[in-house]
Design a protein around this ligand. Sequence first.
Ligand code: WQD
Length: 338
Amino acid sequence: MKVLVTGGAGYIGSHMVLCLLEAGHDVVVLDNLANSSAESLRRVEELTGKHPEFIELDLLDALGVDNLFASGAFDSVIHFAGFKAVGESVAQPLKYYHNNIVGTLNLLASMDKHGVRSLVFSSSATVYGASEEVPLIEKMPLDATNPYGRTKEQIEDILSDLGASDPTWRVALLRYFNPVGAHESGRIGEDPSGIPNNLLPFVAQVAVGRREKVMVFGNDYPTPDGTGVRDYIHVMDLAAGHLAALGYLGSHAGVFTWNLGTGNGSSVLEVIQAFGDAAGKPIPFEFAPRRPGDAAVSYADPSAALADLGWSAHRSLAQMCADHWRWQESNPNGYAAS
Ligand code: WQD
C-alpha cells in the first residue's frame, strides 16, 4: 500500500516508517520538522535500503496539504503529527488546540475530498485522565485533564462523528501508554528538544552524562515502593500494533479503539534500576514533590487488541532500557551531531 505518515520524522513516526518499509509498503512522510530531524529518515533509509519520500509541510498549510493529496494517490494515512508536551499545553493551550485540532481538520478535509478514508490515529492513554481505576479499558469514560490530552480526546470525537456520518471511513484510534526504547540498531531513537518531560529520555540523558540526576516526582504514592507506576511499551511493539491495525482496516469499515500497552506496570524506581543495569552504571536520583496531575498508577488492559488484531507487546522492560541506552550512548546529543 501507499501510506502517508504525518509526523513521520519524529520518534514514534520514524520507527513506524521503518516498519512500513520493511513490510513492503510505499511511504510518504509529511513533517514540518518542528520537533524532529530529517536525519531520522536518512537513517531509516540506511537501515532498510528503501527510500521514504519526505515532504516538509505543515498540516496548517491547508492548500499544501490538498495539493499533496491531489497528486498522492494514498491508500491510507497514519497520523502522528502534533504537539505532545503536557506541561507546555497547560501554558499555551491555544498553540495546542490550533496546531493539533486545525491541523487534523485540514488533513481530514483533504482525505475526504480525495477519497482517502483509511486512517490510523495516534491517540494516548492520557485521554483516560487521572483515573485511579486500573487496568484501563477502551470503553471507560474519558476525562483528559490537560489541553494536550483534550486535543487527543476531541480528535477521537471528531473521528467517531465522521465515521458515524459516513460508513466508508475506516479509522483506528490507538491509545498509547508510555512509549520507550529504540530500534535495536541504536541508529534511530527519541531525541526530545530541551529538558525531557518524560522519564526514560531524562534517565537516558543522566546515564550519558548530559544531566546530573533524576528527580523522582513523589515517593508517597499508594504503590509498592511509593513511586508512580506506568505501562511502558517498546516503540517497536507499538509500531507493530499500528501495522496490525492497518491490516484490520483493510477488511473492516468503521471506527475502532484499541489500547496499545503491555498490561504491566513498572514503578519509577524499577525503571531507574533497570536502566542502570542496562547502562552498567548506577543512575543518581533524588526524591522530589509529586508532579501535579500525575496519577499514581496507570496501565492498560490490552486484551481487545489481542482479540481483534492478534497483537500483543512482547519486549521486556530490560530490553526497552537496553535498546534505549544503545541509542543514547551512540548518540549522546541525539541527531544534533549529524
Ligand atoms: C512517567 C512517570 C512521573 C519524569 C506522559 C503523557 C502522556 C504520554 C506519555 C504523550 C510518572 C515520573 C517523570 C521525571 C519522574 N505522552 N517522572 N521524573 O506522565 O505517564 O505520560 O508521557 O502522549 O500523554 O502524559 O509519562 O514519562 O512523564 O512520567 O519521576 O523527570 O515518571 O511522575 O510517574 P506520563 P512520564
